[in-house]
Design a binder for this molecule. Sequence first.
Ligand SMILES: [Zn+2]
Length: 145
Amino acid sequence: MKEFFKGFKEFAMRGNVIDMAVGVIIAGAFSAIVNSLVEDIISPFIGAITGQNFADKTFEVAGVTVGYGSFLMAVVNFIIIAFVLFCIIKAITKAKARAEALVIKENKSEDPTKKICPFCKTEIHIEATRCPHCTSELKTRELDA
Ligand SMILES: [Zn+2]
């Protein structure tokens, strides 16, 4: 039994499990907001236009009631959630790309007066045409470019 709890703790403490739990909780809270938006704000507006509560719209086929109004509200719910998720993912992707670009830029501008000799891999002056360590002849910057 002790082993079981130890294993469970290891499983639960893994980063992605916690991330997933946070995601599920936020998604639950978020879907409540979207539900309220559709049911309490959008649906009454549509109702005011059509003169009837849209979510209550039904028709009967062979004695069976088809609640298509409620179904359409669920579709509207889904579209709003999908759109917001799309915006969030897009924003995260953009922020990540910007952070990566910044890291690359920082690495490039680390020390613009030095370069690495391709023969002995030591750091030498950027304008050197001959390596002071291994005396290998180096391409000039003009030839490199
Ligand atoms: Zn060298």
